[in-house]
Design a protein around this ligand. Structure first.
Ligand code: NCD
Length: 339
C-alpha cells in the first residue's frame, strides 16, 4: 500500500475544479486557476507545522527519486527543494550544470533524456532560458517543476510569497488575498519572481503595483492587471506589503541604470521610505539581497516588519506540498488522475 497524504480539512473543499490539482507539471502560475493556487497553499500548511517539530521526517515519498537539475546558480531554491524532498522521505539527487556534461556541450534535450532514463519520479529544473522547463517537460515521463526559467516564471517563489503574506496577515487556510495591496519594486523587466508573483497575487485578489525605472519596466505590463509606477514614493503610499527585487545584472546587456548610487536614491527601500507605506506594512525580498542598493539593512533586518526569513521557511513547506501533490500519480494515491 502506498502511504497516503495527510490532508488538512480545508484542502479538499474546492468544488469549482473537481480535481483539486489536475496538472502533471508545475511550469508556471499562468496555467493555474485560483482554486489550484489555493489548494497548493493549503496543502503547505501541514508542512509548515511539521517543519517546526524537532522530528521533521515524513515517509510519503519513500522509494521515489527526485532530481534537482540546476543549470543556473541557486542557494535558497536548490537547498529548499533538496530539504523538501528529503523531509518527505524521497531520495534526492542534485545535478549542477557547472560540473555536468552540459559543460561538454550536451544539449538540453540530451540531458533531459538522460535524467528520464534514470527513472526519476520528479525533476526540478532551473535554467537561464525562458521556456527551457516547458521544453524538458515535453520530453520526459515524470512531473517537472520549474525552479526558475530565465525571465519567465518562478512558480514556487510566488506560492511561498503568497503563503508568507497569508500567515503574516493571520489569514486562515482557504483565504485569498482580497483587499491586500502589494507593491513590487525593482528590476521588473528581468524578474521571473515579479512575473509569477503578479500572476499569483492578482489571481488571489490582491491589488498589485509595480514600480521600476522606465528602462526596467516591461512595455505591456499593465495588461497583467497591475498599476504601473515609476515614482517609488507614490507606489508605496498605503501599501500593505512591499516586495523588493534585486537588479539582475547577469541578465542585462548594456547600461540599464545610471549608477547603483542613483538607483538606491530613487528606488532603494530605506526606513524613511517605508514610512510612506501603510503603518503595518511588511517587507519581502526573494533573495539574494544587495544590501545598500535595493534595500537597506535596517529594513531587511527589521524584526517586526521584515518577512524575509519567513519567506525562506515558507519555501520549504511549499516545495514539500508541490512535490507531494505532483507525485501522487506515481504513488497511485486514490482518486488521482491527470487530465
Ligand atoms: C530569485 C531567482 O533566482 O529568480 N531568487 C530566488 O529564487 N530566491 C531572484 C533573484 O535571483 O534575484
Amino acid at each position: 500500500m502506498p502511504p497516503s497524504a495527510p490532508h488538512t480539512p480545508a484542502a479538499r473543499a474546492y468544488p469549482e475544479g473537481g480535481l483539486a490539482f489536475p496538472h502533471r507539471d508545475l511550469t508556471g502560475i499562468g496555467h493555474l486557476a485560483r482554486h489550484e493556487i489555493l489548494y497548493l497553499l493549503d496543502e503547505a500548511e501541514q508542512w509548515v507545522a511539521l517543519n517546526r517539530q524537532p522530528h521533521k521526517r515524513a515517509a510519503l515519498l519513500a522509494g521515489l527519486t527526485i532530481i534537482n537539475a540546476f543549470f543556473e546558480n541557486s542557494t535558497r531554491t536548490l537547498l529548499s527543494f533538496e530539504i523538501a524532498g528529503k523531509r518527505l522521505g524521497a531520495d534526492v539527487v542534485n545535478m549542477h550544470a557547472a560540473t555536468s556534461s552540459v559543460k561538454k556541450g550536451e544539449t538540453l534535450i540530451d540531458t533531459a533524456m538522460t535524467l528520464n532514463a534514470m527513472r526519476a519520479d520528479a525533476i526540478v529544473i532551473r535554467h537561464a532560458s525562458s521556456g527551457a522547463v516547458r521544453l524538458i517537460a515535453g520530453k520526459v515521463d515524470c512531473p517537472v517543476l520549474n525552479a526558475g526559467d530565465g525571465q519567465h516564471e518562478h512558480p514556487t517563489q510566488a506560492l511561498l510569497d503568497a503563503l508568507t503574506i497569508r500567515h503574516a496577515l493571520h489569514l486562515p487556510p482557504g483565504s485569498d488575498l482580497n483587499g491586500v495591496t502589494v507593491t513590487i519594486c525593482g528590476d521588473i523587466l528581468h524578474s521571473r519572481v515579479a512575473r509569477s508573483n503578479i500572476l499569483a497575487l492578482t489571481a488571489l485578489g490582491a491589488r498589485v503595483r509595480v514600480c521600476a525605472p522606465p528602462a526596467l519596466m516591461p512595455a505591456e505590463i499593465a495588461a497583467m492587471g497591475v498599476d504601473v509606477f515609476h515614482d517609488f514614493d507614490a507606489a508605496l503610499a498605503g501599501a500593505d506589503v512591499v516586495m523588493m527585487l534585486r537588479l539582475q545584472q547577469e541578465r542585462m546587456q548594456g547600461q540599464f541604470i545610471p549608477s547603483p548610487r542613483e538607483y538606491r536614491h530613487l528606488y532603494g527601500l530605506t526606513l524613511d521610505r517605508l514610512a510612506r507605506a501603510a503603518p503595518h506594512a511588511l517587507v519581502m525580498h526573494p533573495g539574494p539581497m544587495n544590501r545598500g542598493i535595493e534595500i537597506d539593512s535596517q529594513v531587511a533586518d527589521h524584526a517586526a516588519r521584515s518577512l524575509i526569513t519567513r519567506q525562506v521557511e515558507s519555501g520549504v513547506a511549499i516545495r514539500m506540498a508541490c512535490l507531494d501533490v505532483l507525485t501522487r500519480r506515481a504513488r497511485a494515491v486514490p482518486g488521482w488522475v491527470v487530465a
